[in-house]
Design a protein around this ligand. Structure first.
Ligand code: ATP
Ligand code: LTN
Length: 339
């Protein structure tokens, strides 16, 4: 199997081009992606097939798919080291997803928190079956590359468990085929909460004005969103799991994820400060991260042909591996090979 051809352990991860990427996507996913780049053979995917599990405007989906790939690079993914590609351009993802869908127990799919959350946000009649089958497609993404490690935010842990369970089921039924992947989440920033409602995960497809800070937000706008963040009527600036303190905890966590300072150092640093000072400090730390990212992003988007050439090369590298694995899985399942 392709497994034996690995020169380094592999990483695979993806983000849906279902809107503008947020600091939640950056701290939960992208930042880790950059950090593992040297040590692992990394595959970073723009998961447009996942994006269509909720309604998308075609022109916007195309635009967001390019933007997402450019943001990967602007965040520090080096296309010379890592492979960046678009999921729908490699049919093996859809093909393996179908095979896995057929062996995914309905009960497992119905238990997925993301499905339950997203399904309750839509009218029953408008929920596509893809929303339920979503984890089987995600499993296909990961298993096609024999990924050892999958860097994601906390909300994706359950999908990783599902992927491992499904891979094990396949291996048990048809013989050793897939590698069981490990999940990797960051120490700080694995679950960034909405600035307008710190009890809900920050999400790129939430409409409210002060909910999310987007990676391409104008910096003064981003700062304003932090200054308006919902907090509480207490005074002390401390990390806390208490639901009443969710707003302050979220700001501290974002600050920690960006600065990498210890909990003690941060709490000591803010000991005699007020909420306004904390908001300002977080806003500045985020702005300092976004400024170079945005500069790089706009340079990339201006460079005619560059992004397309990265995606073409990425597609070729990814397809070679994915097609091999698909063939193996088809053979194991008993498909008649083309003569
Ligand atoms: P959508 O709102 O369209 O469902 P999303 O903003 O939740 O999207 P995804 O594309 O589902 O983003 O997630 C991409 C990656 O970013 C995943 O690894 C996910 O765990 C991570 N991520 C998303 N939101 C957050 C968040 N608020 N905090 C930390 N990580 C996050
Ligand atoms: N389901 C993920 C996005 C995703 C993904 C993947 C992440 C699709 N395929 C493979 C890691 C590996 C989400 O964040 N909503």
């Amino acid at each position: 199997m392709t497994e034996t051809l690995k020169t380094k352990p592999r990483v695979l991860s993806g983000i849906q081009p279902s809107g503008n990427l947020t600091i939640g996507n950056y701290l939960g996913a992208l930042k880790q992606w950059v950090e593992v780049q040297q040590e692992y053979d990394c595959f970073y995917c723009v998961v447009d097939l996942h994006a269509i599990t909720t309604p998308q405007d075609p022109a916007e989906l195309r635009q967001k798919s390019r933007e997402s790939a450019a943001i990967y690079i602007a965040s520090g993914i080096d296309p010379e080291i890592s492979t960046i590609f678009v999921q729908s351009q490699i049919p093996a993802h859809s093909e393996l997803a179908w095979m896995l869908t057929c062996m995914a127990p309905l009960g497992w799919l119905q238990r997925m928190t993301q499905f339950k959350d997203k399904a309750t946000k839509q009218a029953q009649d408008s929920i596509g079956a893809g929303l339920l089958n979503y984890p089987a497609l995600m499993a296909a993404d990961i298993l096609l590359y024999h990924a050892d490690l999958v860097p994601v935010g906390d909300d994706q842990r359950q999908h990783l468990e599902f992927t491992r369970d499904l891979a094990q089921r396949f291996n048990h039924l048809y013989g050793e085929t897939f590698t069981l992947p490990q999940v990797m989440t960051p120490k700080a920033g694995a679950r960034v909460m909405g600035l307008d409602n710190p009890t809900a995960k920050m999400s790129k497809s939430e409409d409210a004005e002060n909910h999310a800070v987007f990676l391409l937000d104008d910096l003064s706008r981003a700062r304003k969103k932090f200054m308006r963040a919902v907090t509480d009527s207490h005074r002390e600036i401390r990390f806390s799991d208490h639901p009443d303190r969710a707003g302050i905890n979220n700001l501290l966590t974002i600050y920690q994820a960006i600065t990498n300072e210890s909990t003690l150092d941060i709490e000591t640093g803010f000991a005699d400060k007020g909420y306004g000072d904390l908001k300002k400090a977080v806003a500045e730390s985020v702005a300092d991260t976004l400024a170079p990212l945005q500069k790089k992003y706009f340079e990339l988007m201006d460079e005619a042909g560059y992004l397309d050439s990265v995606l073409k090369l990425g597609r070729e590298k990814a397809a070679a591996i994915a097609n091999d694995t698909l063939k193996l899985a088809q053979d194991r399942m008993g498909f008649l090979p083309p003569s």
